[in-house]
Design a protein around this ligand. Structure first.
Ligand SMILES: [Zn+2]
Length: 443
């Protein structure tokens, strides 16, 4: 389907960061074909017209760290620190997932993401059944990077999450073979060793080689809380990110979630290696992990993106909340100009896309790019009077302001309705799935 998006204010996020006060956008074959004033269909061309009447049209939001497997665990692990949260609640719950409960959890999470304007995410799956997450993304038409969580070492893992190195690698290969590059390249595999303490060195070294051989991203958690970095020091005699660097698990194709606790040397290593960092401010606050030094990371020109982490530790997947916190938190320590609103919107769009290696395809509204676009309704009282779009997006806008969402040229949300699947079914399936998992986990 080709589309004529009529009369929008376009926040392009192109290199010049142009804002077009009144423009039309034509989408042909999934890509942005024309941007300008008074555009019309070609003679004889069938084109679907969508009147935007001054709505804000901008690139879809990109989240660089999510756990869709935990969407149904929202509210199931409250007021706990990271270790307690993982070992006492989240791992036993993840271990009790089956193919159908994981599918229901992923659909719930993707529905929330898409309705809130997120069009791409990098997801860490659980140990088994990762194909259910890809299946859910396929059904909704979502752009997804995902990999099974790899855990071949460490304490506190319940039975189904204990795997050896060979099994872990074999399962990753099996899922990658089926899904990597499928759905017009919209679904991609990303190797996801969970974190240093749950992986053997043998596994970490092996996945680096395999990811580079197959052009897949590498995704892991790093330096999230102080207990974790202490244990990494005890086990390996070095700091967490320094250890990853020594193994080759840094680089332009590596996304490290969190990086709250970094030494000056580790910041340099991240910069030199062009490693990507996914900043997850809400999750870091809720698990009392700490506050990442965003102004310093920006000053060091480290490639950054944002993520909401998981519904079990956030408890929302609303990217607007992450943008707001990313901008507000540093002010307390570094002053009012610490992180400008425009910078935060960059991290949520083109910066996120570049972090995931798809900046040439998505992340901005430019001719030739794939049509991953969102339109925001600006008529609600909390968005008026109209003002600078960057500060409006960061400080005032909400996920519920997103009215239309297009991914890969397909309209997946129209007038706040999810088109591909009935939302009532998704919500009902999620409730049933949680009941099943709780019964199985005996929690
Ligand atoms: Zn995480």
């Amino acid at each position: 389907m080709n589309y004529l998006l009529k009369d929008a204010t376009v926040l392009t996020m192109n290199a010049k960061r142009e804002i077009l006060p009144k423009a039309d956008v034509i989408i042909r074959d999934g890509r942005i074909s024309e941007i300008g004033e008074n555009l019309t269909a070609r003679p004889g061309e069938f084109i679907q017209r969508l009147d935007l009447n001054g709505r804000l049209l901008m690139p879809g939001l990109v989240q660089a760290h999510v756990h869709l497997c935990q969407s149904i665990f929202r509210g199931q692990a409250e007021d706990m620190d990271l270790t307690e949260w993982m070992e006492e609640r989240i791992w036993p719950l993840e271990a009790a997932h089956s193919l159908d409960t994981l599918h229901a959890s992923a659909r719930l999470g993707i529905a929330e993401l898409v309705l809130g304007g997120t069009t791409t995410c990098l997801d860490m799956g659980t140990v088994h059944h990762t194909e259910a997450i890809f299946e859910a993304a396929k059904e909704v038409g979502f752009r997804l990077f995902c990999g099974k969580s790899m855990m071949d070492a460490g304490k506190g893992r319940p039975g189904p999450m204990r795997e050896n190195t060979r099994e872990s690698l074999a399962e990753a290969e099996r899922v990658k073979k089926v899904w990597h590059g499928s759905e017009n390249g919209r679904l991609r595999y990303a190797y996801a060793p969970r974190y240093v303490l749950s992986c053997t060195e043998e596994l970490l070294v092996e996945v680096v080689g395999r990811a580079r051989d197959s052009g897949c991203l590498l995704h892991t958690h790093a330096s999230e809380n102080t207990a974790e970095i202490e244990q990494v020091r005890e086990k390996h005699g070095t700091d967490n990110v320094a250890y990853l660097y020594d193994l080759g698990l840094t680089g332009h194709d590596v996304v490290l979630a969190h990086c709250v606790w970094l030494t000056a040397r580790e910041m340099k290593l991240l910069k030199e290696s062009e490693t990507r960092v996914a900043h997850c401010p809400t999750s870091n606050l809720k698990l009392a992990s700490g506050v990442a030094k965003l102004p310093e990371l920006i000053d060091q020109q480290i490639h950054l993106a944002l993520g909401s982490d998981a519904a079990a530790c956030n408890n929302s997947l609303d990217m607007f909340q992450e943008m707001r916190l990313a901008a507000l938190l540093p002010k307390h320590r570094s002053g009012v100009k610490a992180v400008p609103a425009q910078k935060v919107v960059e991290l949520a769009t083109i910066g996120g896309a570049e972090a995931l290696g798809v900046g040439r395809d998505v992340g901005s509204v430019e001719v030739g790019k794939k049509a991953d676009l969102i339109a925001l309704d600006l008529d609600s009282p909390h968005l008026r009077p109209r003002h600078d779009p960057y500060t409006m997006l960061v400080y005032s806008a909400r996920a519920s302001d997103v009215q239309h969402v297009m991914i890969d040229g397909d309209l997946v949300v129209k007038d706040r309705d999810l088109i591909p699947i009935d939302l009532g079914v998704i919500v009902e399936d999620a409730d049933k799935a949680l009941a099943k998992v709780l019964r199985r986990a005996e929690l």
